[in-house]
Design a protein around this ligand. Sequence first.
Ligand SMILES: [Zn+2]
Ligand SMILES: [Zn+2]
Length: 156
Amino acid sequence: MTLMNDLHRPYLRCRSCQERILLPFSTLEEKSIHQAGWPSDTWQRTFLCLRCGHVYVYTQLHAQWEIFRNVDLNPLPKDVDVVLFEIGCATEGCKSPVRFHAAGDILPISTRTAATVAGATFHDVSCDQGHPAQNRPGRAAGTLHIDPRADADWWK
Ligand SMILES: [Zn+2]
Ligand SMILES: [Zn+2]
């Protein structure tokens, strides 16, 4: 067994339900995220937990590693996607979206995932103008437009 077989899979511990939010272990540069020195002191992203629907800001303090001695023991052989969601700010007239990420094998978005987004609960999350995100953004039927896209730069 060589060190090459060690797999460092990053995850965030959900700040609400404590479930692990599993993150990709590779970067586009074909350098593992572990080798890239992630996370930096300044890394910060907002993540939705698909299990409980709570959205929190995550920093270096919340990042943890699960280390597999052999790639074959990894229960998730397929890498997961980090997806960026943008939804409209609830403040009238504001054009700045509320942005947050979710991780998993979730593209294309299922109705279940869409429902989780529509019923999300936000904690200290705001649009770029500082307006607090509104809980359950899909409460007004038909007004929530979800157009998620894979984000390869989530770790930077
Ligand atoms: Zn959770
Ligand atoms: Zn706003």
